[in-house]
Design a binder for this molecule. Sequence first.
Ligand code: CA
Length: 223
Amino acid sequence: MIKLAIIDVDGTITDSSRRISESAITAIRMAQENGKIISLVSGNVIPVMYALQIYIGIRHEVFAENGGVMYYQNKIEKFFDREKTERFLDHVAGMSSVRGIFTNVWRYSSMAFEMEKADIEKVTAESVRWNLDLTDSSFSWHVLNKGQNKGFALRKLMEIHDLRGEEILVVGDSKNDISMFTEGVNRATMRNGDSELKNLSDYVSSKGDGESIPDIFHKFSLI
Ligand code: CA
């Protein structure tokens, strides 16, 4: 039986222009009424996750910066810091089209940026040299500390709530969700999901974006 669902935000409960889906919100609230633990994990920043938690009515932990920071009950818990990722961003901005995005002022551990396709290879090679990870959420690029990913958030939640893999459902749409699509947990994506995620998933909803959440929740008996 699924007791906890970890859900990505952009492209998973929103559409491609990032408008949140009302049916996803309704499904999340219904699942909570059924006693399920719902957590959101996103590459976005703490102020955004804080607002989503309040306005959707999420009752448990939410994670920002791909799992690098957690917010719960007026407390921010930071698992990584931004010293190295910030230095990296400065460095690659000086040698490529990389430009940080404005939400970086609220980041505790990672940096987000945009770059031209032609620079992907060069910037990726630099990240390897710096022993940092790059990830593409399809909304922006992120530079992360080693071990900072959504799989880290998954393990943290399993520890906090003392749960086994089979009691967990993960839902996402893009490459930065792969680290939480691990063996032993229930995995779902949707029509617009990345092909790699589709291959890893136990269920691929025929619906797209946030409209898939009620369908996925029915499939795994959360609602
Ligand atoms: Ca996403």
